[in-house]
Ligand binder design. Sequence first.
Ligand code: SF4
Ligand code: SF4
Length: 393
Amino acid sequence: MTETNEEPEAIHRSVEDEARHCVRCGLCLSVCPGYRQSLNETDSPRARVALMQARKEGLLDPSDDGFVDTFFSCLLCGSCAFVCPSGVAVDRILEITRGDLAGEGLLPSSLAELNDRILAYRNISAEGNEGRAIWADNLPSRPKGLGKEQAEVAYFVGCVGSFYPRSYSVPQSLVQIFDRLNVDYALLGGAEWCCGYPMFLNGNLDGARELIRHNVEAVRSIGAKKVVFTCPSCFHFWNHTYPVALGVQELGIEVQHATEFLADLLERDDVHLKGIPATVTYHDPCDLGRKEGVFEAPRRILRRIPGLKLNEMPENRAGSHCCGGGGNVESFAPEVSKRVSAQRLSQALDTGAEVIVSACQQCERTLAGAARNARARVRVRDITDLVLEALED
Ligand code: SF4
Ligand code: SF4
């Protein structure tokens, strides 16, 4: 991998070029989870495109009331860009405008604090980064990948799975699966830093680039040919932005979400799964599904587990409705996040599912919160937990 000093063109190209293709048809309003909740035009993708244009033409001052809020209360779910008949890359406009606002010192304070935490601690939670594998402490046996210096596969756990006890079960399940099925993997421990996505979304690409360089080197140092992720956001950022940010065509390291890795693993002849009798629905995380096109791997896994009945929500795959946890919105506008997750929960309950399955610890957390708030009789589980249960004797 040879780095260049050129600015990544895909990140810094003109947003005006994108925006002028908007014909104001309004199709994006029908899929925008934020707009659906407020029915307020300024919360719509179309308005965000128009506001960005007005600002570029000098018709609006970004420090005007509400301007900044409009951009930082977007979930960056990508639904708008997906349905736009004119092919406007609305998601790119939104990301770049956030970056411009941050560059002008207009980043909301809660998000500026998040950036500062990541720079100081190398993670989003402001805990000592050497404690990244603390979730492994109460497993029945020490994970074989802990402290391993060379391995075929690196497991990149991500900040949420590493530091938030609510999400510990995700890495705990995956390492137990790996150990049972003899996967040659290593955990990076304190050498894993935040992937950089939250800083990128908060407009600090330079800060993110430092994290990116470090993480790539950490994986290279153990000789891993592949990195596996349980967090779709880390996976998306590595796959989509790491090469661009480093100015390379390819990283030379294969990246895979855990569902892709597990779907192949479970099809081995020597893998036998016990039945789990339950009706489930599957929630496609935005960063995994719509943004990375991973739709079939999690469904292959669910079909592989005897006894599971999958009832799809009408808004599934590329048309999936955000869980409410995207775009750092929980930090900036938690009420928006809550309303959106309540809507997705309601869609899931309409399927009659007893279990909502996802493949993202953030989706699992927001949907479980919505279920608690609604006192709904439904469980929310990560797909790795289900796989481990099906593997147990
Ligand atoms: S769908 Fe596309 S063209 Fe239509 S209003 Fe939205 S951004 Fe503009
Ligand atoms: S990215 Fe999602 S939340 Fe943001 S404007 Fe588009 S559809 Fe709405």
